[in-house]
Design a binder for this molecule. Sequence first.
Ligand code: TYD
Length: 205
Amino acid sequence: MSGLFISFEGIDGVGKSTQADLLEKYLLGQGKTVVRTLEPGGTEVGVEIRKILLHHRGELAPRAEAALFAADRAHHVASKIRPALERGEIVITDRYFDSSVAYQGAGRELSMEEVRNLSLWAVGGLLPDLTVLLDLPADIARSRRNKTGTEPDRLESEKIEFFERARQAYLGLAENEPERFLVVDAATDVEKMQEIIRARVSGLI
Ligand code: TYD
């Protein structure tokens, strides 16, 4: 596959979409074709799955939750991400399968290994070329998220310990795959973070 696949990861409130937006702008300015997308909900089917995942009011068994994220991702990759990469385009996604490993694997305390395998099966083994992990302690990320003034969704309503487990899981994943991950301290100012990200991406385009 000839395109470039970049994912942004991190717990809620670290500023992923701001950095993904700025990177998209930069790459468009370089004359690149960019597909900017997100999970859950990067496709029409995904939008329906997203409604259940984020707004369903009753119980949702942890394994059902993991399976729904995997279903969203399977369709996302098959119908949008893989075709774009085959056309040689750059795909920037706000979240990908590391989110499931961190949130369902570590956050929900399902096995990280099993969730990773489920996700990898769903995407036919497609890994990003680069994963930008924005890192912040869970309490700081939460207070930033709360400042947005929007109502927390089903996952955002989880306890702080859930997010701390997810954060630690992300850091562990990055440690295991240093060639795929770029870890950025999300307490750094917005422009500086973007500079660090662009420097790494420039080496890939
Ligand atoms: P996101 O779109 O980042 O939320 P928002 O639009 O509110 O910024 O992600 C939705 C939530 O889903 C977020 O809390 C993280 C969670 N999530 C998982 O638990 N597992 C996953 O595999 C993915 C992709 C997201």
